[in-house]
Structure formats: C-alpha cells, structure tokens
Design a protein around this ligand. Structure first.
Ligand code: XUL
Ligand code: CO
Length: 440
C-alpha cells in the first residue's frame, strides 16, 4: 500500500499566527475546552461519499477530480479508497468516519454478490480500525440512487421496492454494528413526493414508519445499542421531502411511537433550505431531548440548493457549538463533514485545505461558545428576561394553581401592563456577541 498524498505530512496545530496553509490555526486536538479535549468535544468525522467518491460531477458537467484512487476494477478501487481514507483521517487527526453502504462497495450483479463484496470491504476496514483506533460514527444505506428507488424506498408505491430497501437496510445496519458504529442514519433521499395527484401520502408515511420500526427491532436484536437518527431536509431530490424539518420529524416520531429510539442528525444546509437558521434546528432538537448528531456544512445564500460547502462561517459555528454545549455535548454523535470541495477545487491537496477550513471553523466555534457561557452576559440576559415566571403570578401559572377566572381577576386588578415588558435589547446582544467573538 503506497502513500496517496505524498508531500503532505501530518497536519499540526501551529496557532493563530501561523501562515502555513497546511496547519491548524485553532484546532488543537488535545487542548481542553469546557472540561474535555477538543477532539472529544468536536468528534470530527470524514464523509466517505463526498471525500472518497465525489469527483465534482454536476448537472452540467463531468467530474473534475480524480477519485479512482489509481484503480479501475471496482473491488480494487473500494480497497484503495479505504487506504486513502485512513491516510486522510490519520494526517488530519480525524477520529471518525460516516458511510453509505454503496460508498464503501458498489452494487454488483445481485444483492447476494453485493452483500458478499461489502463483507470483504468491512473486514478490511475493521482490520484498519484495529491498527489505528479510528472509529465509525454512523452508517446508512444508499436507498435513493438506483433507478429502483425512483419513487422512494420506504415510501415507494411498490411493495417489492419496500422489501428490497428493507433487505439493503438490514445489511447496512449489520455493517454499522460490525464496524462499531453507534449511530444509524435515515436520510429520506426520495421519501417525499412530486405531486399529490399520484400520491397516497397517508400510506407512504405509515410505511416509512413501518420500515423504521423494523430497523429498530432488527438493530436491537443484533446488539445495536446506539442511536437511530433522522436527518431532516425539506426538499431535494423530491419537491417535498417528508422529513421537512426537526419539528415535523418530531411529530412523526411521536405519532408512530419511534421517539424512544430516534434522535436528530441536523444538517446545517438542510436547516437553511427549510428557511430556518442552523441554530433553530439544533434548539428545537435540544429543547425536546432529541439532540443527536450534526452534518456540518453550509449553503450559499444566493443559491437555493444543497451546495454542501465546507463550513467557514464562524458565527454560525459558534451558535451551533453553543447549542451543543448546552445540550451537554455529544454522546453518540459528532460533527460529520457532509461537505464537498467546490468543483474547481479539484486537486488532492484541496481535500486537506477543505477539512482544515472546516475543522478550524468549528474549533473556533467551540472556543467562542465556551466563552459565551463563561462570559455569562447573554445567558444572564435571557434568564432575567423571563424572571416574571419565577415568582408571583408567573409561578402560579407554571404550578397550575390558577386558571382563566383567577387570571381575569388578576388582570382586572392590575390594569395595563407597563412594568414587566422590558426591551428585547437585540442590538446590545448582537454587540456583546461580536465583543466575545473578536476578543479571542
Ligand atoms: C443529502 C445528505 C446525505 C445524508 C446521508 O442531502 O445530507 O448525504 O447525510 O444520506
Ligand atoms: Co447529510
């Protein structure tokens, strides 16, 4: 096995004054922030699809990056991909990876052959994991690219397609368990619709829940103790994806009794496609006890599709890490870079620049988020803003001691509300945020 990235050594932490583009300026893996090392807080993961397979192909042109890893035979290429992925993770101090079944090993003639070839690759990965200590964050099944999934997988009108998807997901859960993954993701690739004129929405949603329940039952039966995740996305590839956003998914999970086994995998660019901030999606998950894992990337505000760019927006990363810290940090989850270098950034070295940019952005985000908490001005302002709920009539409402009759009497006696309104102080808080960010 040769070296794929000759001339690129282990990426070290050189601090913010370094001008070396192949060094971390803010990610110091073993530095302790908020009681844990940065690598424990951030739990970075490489995404096998974009990094090892994505060659820049888009709707208007063929690939620009060579992701053949020097092999034309599919089985040899799958193995070379493993070697290259472990080299990248080692050089960048990335401790985890995420995969779709077909990123690891493609489809062959039959499902049986495809499964056997996948076993060979997972054997190979398992051996590399034992050598390096690199772990699997989560696995998933690619139930959206093959033509059989043109109308969806769990939500296909064809029961045969549902059965095929179930077989594929069964195998992907087995692969995840084999590689020690503590997460299994459902991203509803084509689980949605183009027009209600041809769609039985009620049956499709019932079936999607049936598929997930079977996955939970099977996963638990083979010893999977981790979290199942749903990754919300409002549109693309279908016009309307069923897992629109976190609030929609919560309603679905609770309706079908899946809420004990599932958490959320929030993706930044999916949040913005749903017209939410990244922080909003994380807050909804956290407040409901469904915070799980994160796909870290960013969209372009001028483009309406999922550009999956490596994240460089420090403001968003800081507010994200603030939610993560407030949720108590990651348990089974982590920060997976579901991100790809731009089509014009096609050289092997660009893989390193992209990850360094993304990892440093989240390292800065973590540092700022911890500072926001230590500084306390923002948290104190919010606590104070709601202080009318700690005593008097507010506490009586929360304690269930009063109803409409008592509140009417209270309002009549009190008259117009003047003393407890208070300014929202948005501009002052935004200014505090800038002060915290730029005094690093
Ligand atoms: C697609 C997307 C997927 C999931 C895994 O928008 O985010 O790559 O993360 O299936
Ligand atoms: Co994703």
């Amino acid at each position: 096995m040769g070296e794929f990235f000759k001339g690129i050594g282990k990426i070290g932490y050189e601090g913010r004054d370094s001008a070396n583009p192949l060094a971390f300026k803010y990610y110091d893996p073993d530095e302790v922030i908020g009681g844990k090392t940065m690598r424990e807080q951030l739990r970075f993961a490489l995404s096998w699809w974009h990094t090892m397979g994505g060659d820049g192909t888009d709707m208007f042109g063929v690939g620009t990056a060579d992701k053949t890893w020097g092999e034309s035979d599919p089985a040899a290429r799958a193995k070379a991909k493993v070697d290259a992925a472990f080299e990248i993770m080692d050089k960048l101090s990335i401790d985890f990876f995420c995969f779709h079944d077909r990123d690891l090993s493609p489809e062959y003639g039959s499902l049986a052959e495809t499964n056997a070839k996948l076993d060979e690759i997972t054997d190979y990965i398992k051996a590399k994991q034992a050598e390096t200590g690199i772990k699997c964050l989560w696995g998933t099944a690619k139930c959206f690219d093959h033509p059989r999934y043109m109308h969806g997988a769990g939500t296909s009108p064809s029961a045969d397609v549902f059965a095929y998807a179930a077989a594929q997901i069964k195998k992907a859960i087995e692969a995840t368990v084999k590689l020690g993954g503590n997460g299994y993701v459902f991203w509803g690739g084509r689980e949605g619709y183009e027009t209600l004129l041809n769609t039985n929405m009620g049956l499709e949603l019932d079936n999607m829940a049936r598929l997930m329940r079977m996955a939970v039952e099977y996963g638990r039966s083979i010893g999977f103790k981790g979290d199942f995740y749903i990754e919300p996305k409002p549109k693309e590839p279908t016009k309307h994806q069923y897992d629109f956003d976190t609030a929609t998914v919560l309603g679905f999970l609770r309706k079908y009794g899946l809420d004990k086994d599932f958490r959320m995998n929030i993706e930044a660019n999916h949040a913005t496609l749903a017209q939410h901030t990244f922080q909003h999606e994380l807050r909804v998950a956290r407040d409901n006890g469904f915070f799980g894992s994160i796909d870290a990337n960013q969209g372009d505000p001028l483009l309406g599709w999922d550009t999956d760019q490596f994240p460089t927006n420090v403001y968003d990363a800081a507010l994200c890490m603030y939610e993560v810290l407030k949720a108590g940090g990651f348990t089974n989850g982590g920060l997976n870079f579901d991100s790809k270098a731009r089509r014009g950034s096609f050289t092997p070295e660009d893989i390193f620049h992209s990850y360094i940019a993304g990892m440093d952005t989240f390292a800065l985000g973590l540092r700022i988020a911890q500072k926001m908490i230590d500084d306390g001005r923002i948290d104190r302002f919010v606590a104070d803003r709601y202080s009318s709920w700690n005593t008097g009539i507010g506490k009586d409402i929360i304690d269930g001691k009063v109803g409409f009759a008592e509140l009417e009497k209270y309002a009549l006696e009190k008259g117009e509300v003047t003393d407890s309104l208070g300014s929202g102080r948005q501009e002052m808080l935004e200014s505090i945020m800038n002060n915290i960010m730029f005094s690093m």
